[in-house]
Design a protein around this ligand. Structure first.
Ligand code: PEP
Length: 237
């Protein structure tokens, strides 16, 4: 199982350091088989030097080695910290930052050419969800435009937009239906994200085609995140 924490614009260098200390202690003192990754803000990348069992990833990057792109970071900056995993296509970037599918595909190709692990997010808005499964799948598959779904370091995260940060997770049956349909087309590991919490995580990761979770709000408190990890690790599939 893969368990990924997306901090977004939460936590600082200092608080990420404290978080890491606690989670590393937890992982040292519990036998956990799952792979744990944290995607902190860039300013917390220096904490990575104290991380043994937690992988670090980047929430964003600009597809250049380096250059005149004000406010962005490129390959050289990620490489300096040994970051080799990136998040692409998150709905907050698609919607708030207006990242088009062309921009996303461009980032994907750059990350692939540089051999990054890519956690690629797809998800439908509420009006598409209400239209039924055929519309949902059509919408989700359109988000694979320009994406090489055979890339061996690709992990797909299904994150219905209406379930992100709302406290309203999709019901297990809805997640199951989508993950099964995705797995028929693409053979990569599949994560679910969208208001995953301590109460719903067991039924979600118990689904046949769920290979892990991407957790936002419920990952911010380290004790809570450790409880989620423990619960997931107890699910034997
Ligand atoms: C996310 O933004 O990727 C996410 C899953 O957030 P939350 O868990 O808060 O819904």
């Amino acid at each position: 199982m893969k368990i990924v924490a997306n901090f977004k614009a939460n936590h600082t260098f200092k608080s990420t350091g404290e978080y890491l200390e606690k989670i590393e202690f937890f992982l040292r003192t519990h036998k956990i088989d799952s792979q744990i990754a944290v995607f902190p803000p860039f300013t917390a990348f220096p904490c990575k030097q104290n991380s043994l069992n937690v992988k670090f990833g980047a929430q964003n990057f600009y597809p250049v080695k380096s250059g005149s792109i004000t406010g962005e970071i490129g390959f050289e900056q990620l490489n300096e910290f040994g970051i080799d995993s990136v998040l692409i296509g998150h709905s907050e970037r698609r919607m708030l930052l207006k990242e088009s599918q062309d921009i996303i595909a461009n980032k994907f190709n750059f990350a692939k050419d540089n051999n990054f692990e890519i956690i690629y997010c797809i998800g439908e808005p509420l009006e598409i969800r209400e239209d039924g499964i055929n519309s949902i799948l059509e919408y989700l598959f359109s988000q694979f435009y320009g994406i090489d779904t055979n890339y061996e370091k690709l992990v797909v995260a299904y994150e219905p937009i209406w379930a992100i940060g709302t406290g309203k997770s999709a019901v297990t049956k809805e997640i199951d239906e989508v993950l099964n349909a995705l797995k028929e087309k693409i053979k990569t590991p599949l994560l679910y994200g969208g208001s995953v919490n301590i109460n719903n995580v067991s039924s979600i990761v118990g689904l046949k085609n769920c290979d892990g979770v991407l957790v936002g709000s419920a990952s911010l408190d380290v004790d809570n995140f450790c409880k989620i990890i423990e619960k997931i690790d107890n699910i034997k599939k």
